[in-house]
Design a protein around this ligand. Structure first.
Ligand code: IDP
Ligand code: MG
Length: 149
């Protein structure tokens, strides 16, 4: 089954939205297979956002993502990467569709609450930054057959 990495960014923790956001992802049917509360340091932020190092917003992004605790999780499901991207909504929260996490809870591109991997290969790279293989659990839920055929 496909895996993706999500991060509930410091704004989500500070605003008390961790439960609401994780609840939506559980309701969608995605399976949480790893979960951690941590504070990223600049080194980890640099590795996680290495693709953006030359962008004008990079410095602000690193200071934002390291500013407080975050929640990191591995989610599993059919097409988990694409399902998470569409559930998150547009990067620019001000343009994100209502019904998406960003569209319902955020208004600004620089405070958009949540990260989700953008492809299965980047998901694997990102998961390895936050979790040891032994921290990712494989388990069945009693209702799995009612979520995935
Ligand atoms: P994504 O999070 O939807 O995958 P990316 O383009 O990968 O979006 O950008 C990574 C993160 O960088 C965004 O989630 C957002 O926090 C931040 N970011 C992207 N573009 C801007 C911008 O123009 N201004 C401020 N922050 C930005
Ligand atoms: Mg991205």
């Amino acid at each position: 089954m496909e895996q993706t990495l999500i991060l509930l960014k410091p704004d989500a923790v500070q605003r008390g939205l961790v439960g609401a956001i994780l609840g939506r992802l559980e309701q969608r049917g995605l399976k949480i297979t790893a979960l951690r509360l941590l504070q990223m340091d600049a080194a980890l932020a640099g590795r996680h956002y290495e693709a953006h190092v030359d962008k004008p917003f990079y410095k602000g992004l690193v200071s934002f993502i390291t500013a407080g605790p975050i929640v990191a999780a591995v989610l599993e499901g059919p097409n988990a990467v694409a399902v998470m991207r569409s559930t998150m909504g547009d990067t620019n929260a001000g343009k994100a569709a209502p019904g998406t996490i960003r569209g319902d809870f955020a208004v600004d591109i620089g405070r958009n609450l949540i990260h989700g991997s953008d492809a299965p290969d980047t998901a694997q790279r990102e998961i390895a930054l936050f979790f040891e293989p032994s921290q990712i659990l494989s388990y069945a839920r009693a209702n799995d057959p009612w979520i995935v055929e």
